[in-house]
Structures are given as structure tokens and as C-alpha cells.
Write a protein that binds this ligand. Structure first.
Ligand code: FAD
Length: 410
């Protein structure tokens, strides 16, 4: 790490503080218009902020307890793709309300038979004059039931190799023919859905980029997804972190069990390594270099780490941890057990406000960390092939999909 954060009286900090003093309770729109939602973006959306300025803005906003709009898929994944390949009309129509959080977005990529092998997707978009007619189904669509729009990839051509026949669309979730069924996961939260499209008509103006260019654009979305999922925090950047758990252990007093103490040290060390790895990427960016292997291994390490933190939190609760709804009793101070949600949230916010963000939820959610945004196996394949330079999977080399290869193996 070869940088220092500016001191307390640096103009970079005082500018943000002055703005906060003038806007003590900013709305999403206030933050978006000030460029504080995506400071690294160019104007009019951001401030062209370099990584240090971004860190300072993050720091000052969080010190003042100000949260950015919670629209992860919109801000982190849809917006960069629309900005890169969308028309001026699409920029003007969608980007400001994505950043202000006034319109919430979901991602309509995965299908029952297309997850890791996403290019296998079957959802069809058939051109009919100035419209496309969409038929098919998407699954695991997080937050689709709260969303105004979704980024959708669908097959526009079945006569070309599968990667080439895919296009990228903006789907209004209130269009005629869009229905969905909730999927309740084991945290008992309804965060996913299966979404069905029956003769849904959307204008050609809702296509992003050229027809057939959807796979390239989907990869842009997925690379942003993998980067943003690997930011700080145990549950894809949200929820309590190793530092919170260590603080609670300290508050509780000495940890006498040698194995639990060792595991607490392990999660502390993992968290430090992840932090240093993030700083390494940041140093590379500041030197004008593209982050290398450290970016690829960040998600891999962060996902495992999240599971370790949550498993330790449960085990620290002992037998009480087996009771649904209980947190790590004896680690979360008693006073917090029945505390109002707002107080408990000091441990970190969930992406879904209806879900209890504390350890029990985190423990039940944590297996998802190594599945969503690319499974642990896919991440390892990426590191093996693109970082270590190992040979590609032989069957994929021959043009065979993973699912075809898998069906041969059984
Ligand atoms: C919390 C969460 C939120 C999600 N949100 C969304 C969303 O909003 N929108 C959306 O479109 N999708 C979403 N997903 C779906 C997610 O993208 C898929 O679950 C993921 O891509 C894996 O696909 P799959 O579930 O079909 O598993 P599969 O691809 O069927 O994988 C099954 C198993 O096979 C292994 N495997 C597959 N291919 C290989 C290979 N080449 N080499 C070795 N092993 C392999 C996998 O590692 C896994 O263990 C979400 C998932 C989760 C967990």
C-alpha cells in the first residue's frame, strides 16, 4: 500500500463536510445531484473522483450516518452497462432515477437451465415491427417484486452459435404479461422470484446496444457484479463484519475456548488480508495500472470469509445458536437482543430491510455467498485459467457446455 488518506483538515474532506452541513438529511436525489452516489463517474452523474477522493467521500458520509440509495443492481450493474452501450435517450431517462433510488432495478439473467452456463438461456425475444415479444422465464431474480425495471438478456437469434444470438433489454416490470412467483429462501425472506414473460411486448427502444451484442454486455454487467460483491463486509459488503464480531467478543470479555479463540484470530487475519488486497488494487489503480490477480481473488476470498465469520458467530452462541431467531447469545450483549431494529442495525444493514440483519440471518444466508454472482467453482476456474494460466477445461475447449459435459459424466 503506497498511499495515505488526507488528514482531517484537508480541503477534500472539508468540501464534503460543508455540503453535509448544508444538507444534513439529504434525499437520494440530493446525493445523486451532488455526485456523491457515484463519485467516480464523470459529470453530470459523478465528480470524476479518483480512488482517494472516493474513499474520503465514503468516509465522510458514513461518519455523518448518511446512507446512499439502496439500489445495488441498478447503480452497480445496470447503470454502467446502460452508460457504456445505451443511447442518449436511455441515459437521460434511466440513469438519474437509478442513482437517486427513485427507480429500483433487478437482474433477469439466470434461468432454470442457465446459471453458470448462462449462454444456454432459452428466454426468447422475437422482433415484431417496432417491438420485441418476450416469452420465457427467469429465476432467482432478487428484488424483482420491488423493482420498476429489470435488465434482461434474451435470445433473439437461434440460428447462430449460442453466445452470438443474445440481446440485452430494459424490461419494465409492470408490462402486460409479466408475472412472478415468490421464492422464500431458508432465511425465511422473500428476496428471490421466478419471473414469467408471456407475450410481453416492449419497444425496440428498450434494447441496449445492437441486436446480438447481449453476451458482451452481460459480461460487462457480470464483471461489475463480481467487483461490487467483493467490497468490504461479510455478506457481499453488507451485514456485520469480522471487525464487528471481534468487537463483540472484546465487549463480552475473555474468550477462554482455545479453538474458538483460534477461529476468531483466523477471521481477523482473513479480514486484514482482504483489506490489504483491496488496498493493493487501489494502489494499482492509483498508479494507472489495471488491477491484476488481486481483483480476481477478492471475491473468492471474501465469500469464504463471510461464511467463516457467520459460522463462528453461531458457534460462539453455543447451544442457543441452534434456536431459530437467536443471535450469538453471549456475544451480542443482552441489551441488544431485544433492541429496536434501528439500534441493532449498527452492526450493518441488510440489502433487504424486511430481513433481520443480524447474525442468525447472516448465518442462514451465508451459503449463498459462494453461489450468487458466479459459484465458487466458476471463480476458481477463472483464477486457474486467467491468473495461473492453467489449461482450459477440455470439454469446454471442444465447444461443449458444462451441462453437456456433466450429462456425459453421469
Ligand atoms: C443470493 C443470490 C442472489 C441471486 N440473484 C440473482 C439475480 O438477481 N438475478 C439472476 O439472474 N440470478 C441471480 N442469482 C443466481 C446466480 O447467478 C446463479 O445461482 C449462479 O450463477 C449459479 O447458477 P445455478 O444456480 O444455475 O447453478 P449451476 O450453474 O447449475 O451450478 C450447480 C453446481 O455445478 C457447479 N458448476 C457449474 N459449472 C461448473 C464448471 N464449469 N466447473 C465446475 N463446477 C461447475 C457449480 O459450482 C455448482 O456447484 C442469485 C443467486 C444467489 C445465491
Amino acid at each position: 500500500m503506497d498511499f495515505d488518506l488526507p488528514p482531517d483538515d484537508h480541503p477534500m474532506r472539508t468540501t464534503v463536510r460543508d455540503w453535509i452541513a448544508a444538507n444534513p438529511n439529504p434525499s437520494g436525489r440530493d446525493l445523486a445531484e451532488a455526485g456523491y452516489v457515484v463519485p467516480h463517474w464523470p459529470a453530470p452523474y459523478g465528480l470524476d473522483a479518483d480512488p482517494i477522493e472516493q474513499l474520503v467521500i465514503d468516509d465522510e458520509l458514513s461518519r455523518a450516518g448518511i446512507r446512499r440509495p439502496n439500489n445495488q443492481i441498478g447503480i452497480g450493474w445496470a447503470a454502467p452497462t446502460i452508460f457504456m452501450a445505451g443511447t442518449a435517450e436511455q441515459h437521460e431517462r434511466y440513469l438519474p432515477r437509478i442513482f437517486s433510488g427513485e427507480e429500483f432495478w433487478c437482474q433477469l439473467f439466470s434461468e432454470p437451465d442457465a446459471g453458470s452456463d448462462l449462454a444456454n438461456l432459452a428466454c426468447r425475444a422475437t422482433r415484431d415491427g417496432d417491438e420485441y415479444v418476450i416469452n420465457g422465464s427467469k429465476i432467482w431474480s432478487s428484488g424483482a417484486h420491488h423493482s420498476q425495471f429489470g435488465i434482461l438478456i434474451a435470445r433473439t437469434d437461434t440460428d447462430v452459435p449460442k453466445h452470438k444470438g443474445i440481446s440485452y433489454f430494459i424490461m419494465p416490470m409492470d408490462a402486460d404479461g409479466v408475472t412472478m412467483t415468490p421464492i422464500v429462501d431458508m432465511t425465511e425472506a422473500h428476496s428471490f422470484n421466478q419471473v414469467f414473460f408471456d407475450d410481453v411486448r416492449i419497444p425496440v427502444a428498450n434494447r441496449v446496444g445492437e441486436e446480438g451484442d447481449g453476451w458482451r454486455l452481460a459480461k460487462v454487467t457480470l464483471s461489475n457484479e463480481r467487483v461490487s460483491l467483493s467490497s468490504a463486509g461479510s455478506l457481499w459488503g453488507t451485514g456485520p463484519s469480522a471487525a464487528h464480531l471481534i468487537d463483540l467478543i472484546r465487549e463480552h470479555g475473555e474468550l477462554t475456548d482455545a479453538i474458538l479463540r483460534q477461529r476468531a484470530m483466523d477471521v481477523y487475519i482473513e479480514a486484514k488480508l482482504l483489506e490489504l488486497n483491496r488496498f493493493r488494487s487501489l494502489s494499482a489503480t492509483l498508479r494507472g495500472e489495471t488491477p491484476g490477480p488481486e481483483a480476481s481473488i477478492q471475491k473468492l476470498m471474501a465469500d469464504d470469509h463471510g461464511q467463516h465469520v457467520m459460522e463462528l458467530a453461531k458457534d460462539l452462541a453455543g447451544a442457543d445458536g441452534m434456536i431459530a431467531g437467536s443471535g450469538p447469545v453471549g456475544v451480542v450483549p443482552d441489551a441488544m437482543q431485544g433492541a429496536p431494529v434501528e439500534n441493532r442495525r449498527r452492526l450493518g444493514a441488510s440489502a433487504y430491510p424486511e430481513v433481520d440483519p443480524i447474525w442468525h440471518h447472516g448465518f442462514l444466508f451465508s451459503p449463498a455467498l459462494t453461489v450468487g454472482g458466479g459459484t465458487f467453482a466458476i471463480q476458481r476456474n477463472i483464477v486457474a485459467e486467467h491468473v495461473l494460466g492453467l489449461p482450459r477445461e477440455p470439454n469446454v475447449e471442444k465447444g461443449m457446455s458444462w451441462s453437456e459435459a456433466r450429462s456425459l459424466a453421469v
